[in-house]
Design a protein around this ligand. Sequence first.
Ligand code: FES
Length: 148
Amino acid sequence: MYTEKVMDHFMHPRNVGEIENASGVGTVGNAKCGDIMRIYLDIDENQVVRDAKFKTFGCGAAIATSSMATELIIGKTVQEALTVSNKAVMEALGGLPPVKVHCSLLAEQAVNAALWDYAKKNNITIEGLKPPVDDVDELHDHEDEDEE
Ligand code: FES
């Protein structure tokens, strides 16, 4: 069901932990499965992601996608990091089963939320950056409502 890469990132996740005095922190959750993901970014004066760490309270795919998302954004500018979509994360992992696609979406949203926090703290504009969905109840409103 899972690719070797997914299993690898699940068993040996990269960049687990937190960054003290992070440039930006983003926390998102999925109301349906109850999983929560937090991403910390350390961004240098040239707006390059120097380091990224994560803490995920969630399923294996959520852990693997957070791990891969942090790998993909380290070394990128904030503008480039913003374009790292859940699709890119999934591709880098060699794919995910359809029921696990939302886990990769959580990774995209967590990066977005951390970038938003960074932009807000530093009063800068990152083109294309949208306000994060910042609480689980809000997420619940527009996701899979009818299936409940
Ligand atoms: Fe919800 Fe994976 S089952 S994030």
